[in-house]
Ligand binder design. Sequence first.
Ligand code: ATP
Length: 214
Amino acid sequence: MTRPLIGILGGTFDPVHVGHTQLAQDAIAALGLDRLRCVPAGAPPHRAAPEAAAEHRLAMVRQAFAGMPVEIDDAEIRQAGPSWTIRTLERLRGEMPDASLVLVLGADAFLGLPTWHRWEDLVRYAHLAVANRPGSDLDPAAMPDALKHLFQAHQSADMAALRDRPAGHIVSFNMTPCAVSATQIRAALRQGRPITALVSVPVEKYIQQHHLYT
Ligand code: ATP
């Protein structure tokens, strides 16, 4: 049996930007994903509340990923209460019992994992695939001890292994470096500076039309 390989990309997407679409595109190619599920967070418990309302972030995500093999999953936004990634993985595992699930993360998000609810259980439900991000180094020496142990116990250099079992490997992959963050975009908009080339044209128009982040 060939196991479907399904990527999962979470985030606040406040707003979605070219770093996210580059990450998605490069994850699909480097990992050989059959599909990618993008799951915008409602209320992420491990960080400050998003600035834009959930329905705006969701609408921008839909526009940014249009035309890519990416499904938008609005369950975290529709549900009440905090958006715990572990709950999303439990749900997706229930939906797709035979698939290999791969949680796609930028290196900064991976380094922040120990602040996530039940973070050590994530590898029971999915593989983790970590992309380089300018400013965040995936050097085990820079990881807190518990994360370093998880990384070293589950690390694999073999992308093909992702289909061998449904969860449990941690792989890293190279993406085209993209030094863009949502924080930088929100700051630029507050200061009236242009964000052209940081977000797609439809997302820039959406932000203008709805007067977001000003
Ligand atoms: P903020 O600046 O508000 O913290 P962000 O730009 O990091 O936001 P998120 O929505 O928090 O965006 O990121 C979702 C996921 O995308 C995370 O796994 C993050 O590491 C990854 N990601 C975001 N931007 C990039 C980028 N430029 N390069 C690589 N990965 C990225």
